[in-house]
Write a protein that binds this ligand. Structure first.
Ligand SMILES: [Zn+2]
Ligand SMILES: [Zn+2]
Length: 181
């Protein structure tokens, strides 16, 4: 039971890390760190993702650092917590990539795309969480767009019909146009 709780706590810990890394390392003005270089490249070209090996290296090093002390200090619960953190991290990587490559099918999927793409196209200092709105809500950076403004040059393939226009079924949630920000 305590292990299940520790696992959830670890997963929650990842969602905070996701928010905080993105907000600080990813978008701090003038920041030049390996994370911000990759991240700003992802912003400039929404189909670009940092290579998987770099992510495994970063995630592996963090686990090597926090895993043993957690296991030593908390035994099975420590291992469960570290596992929750890693599982949620991998889920985040898969979800984030899918937001860019595939249309949303569920209510959550459509919400997550609007939330994240609004961040990409209009508000780099809002909606810093990707998988949940929780930490944006806590820290006052949550923005709920009525329609996401999509710059035509950076539209995603899943948004467009064969003629290169925004799909009609998306017109409630998105509109083509240059971003205000
Ligand atoms: Zn993205
Ligand atoms: Zn960003």
């Amino acid at each position: 039971m305590i292990e299940a709780f520790a696992f959830l706590l670890g997963a929650l810990g990842w969602t905070f890390t996701e928010y905080w890394l993105h907000r600080t390392l990813g978008h701090r003005r003038g920041a030049k760190n390996p994370f911000s270089i990759e991240h700003l490249r992802h912003h400039a070209d929404v189909s670009y993702f940092a290579p998987t090996w770099k992510k495994f290296l970063a995630a592996g090093s963090i686990m090597a650092l926090i895993g043993p002390p957690l296991a030593w200090g908390f035994g099975g619960a420590g291992i469960a917590g570290a596992l929750g953190f890693v599982v949620m991290y991998v889920a985040y990587e898969l979800i984030h990539r899918r937001l860019h490559t595939h249309p949303g099918r569920t209510r959550y999927g459509r919400w997550a795309r609007r939330h994240h793409l609004h961040h990409h196209y209009s508000r780099p200092h809002g909606n810093e969480g990707v998988t949940s709105p929780l930490w944006d809500w806590v820290f006052g950076t949550l923005e709920v767009p009525v329609q996401v403004q999509v710059p035509p040059k950076n539209a995603l393939a899943w948004m467009l019909d064969d003629a290169g226009q925004l799909k009609a079924e998306l017109s409630d949630e998105y509109r083509m146009g240059r971003s205000a920000a």
